[in-house]
Ligand binder design. Structure first.
Ligand SMILES: [Mn+2]
Length: 144
C-alpha cells in the first residue's frame, strides 16, 4: 500500500475493499488526514465497518463491497443488482485479487486487484478519477 500510495502521489480519498485486517489501522495512522472508505471481507472478524456501503464522490455514487457475498467468482450479476439498488454508477470489489475494469449494463465493474497478494499477475492497484459526475478508471500494475 505504501508503494502504491507513493506511485499515485496526490489523491483525495482512499478506498479499501476488504480483508482489511490490519491495513485500515495502518492507513488511519499514516493517512488519517484523508477520507478512508473500507468494507469488511471474509477474513475480517473484528467488525467496526460495514460489509457493503455506498459513497458519493463529486457526484458519482460508488457501491463498495468485498465481493464474497455477491458471488463475484461466478459473475457480475450480484454486483450489478446491488449497485443498481443503491443508484450507483460503479461497483467496486476485491476478494479475487484479480483486476477488473469493465462496464456491464451501464455499471462500472472495478476490482483493483491486490498490491500485496496478486493472483496470476503483477501487483496492481486502482485509481478512479472522479470529476463533475463522471468517473475514469485505471488499473496500475508495476513490478516490485
Ligand atoms: Mn476475501
Amino acid at each position: 500500500m505504501e508503494r502504491a500510495i507513493g506511485v499515485i502521489g496526490t489523491f483525495d480519498a482512499i478506498i479499501h475493499l476488504g480483508d482489511i485486517e490490519r491495513d485500515v489501522r495502518w492507513l488511519e495512522k499514516n493517512y488519517g488526514q484523508y477520507p478512508i472508505y473500507a468494507v469488511l471481507g471474509n477474513n475480517d472478524f473484528h467488525g467496526g465497518r460495514p460489509y457493503e456501503t455506498a459513497v458519493e464522490l463529486d457526484g458519482v455514487r460508488l457501491y463498495l463491497c468485498h465481493g464474497h457475498t455477491k458471488g463475484v467468482r461466478r459473475g457480475d450479476e450480484g454486483l450489478i443488482a446491488a449497485a443498481k439498488a443503491r443508484d450507483c454508477k460503479a461497483a467496486l470489489f476485491g476478494h479475487t485479487h484479480v483486476p477488473a475494469d469493465r462496464t456491464e449494463e451501464g455499471i462500472l465493474i472495478f476490482n483493483p486487484g491486490s498490491c500485496s497478494l496478486p493472483r496470476g499477475g503483477a501487483p496492481t492497484f486502482g485509481i478512479l478519477e472522479i470529476e463533475n459526475g463522471s468517473c475514469r478508471s485505471v488499473i496500475v500494475d508495476w513490478v516490485l
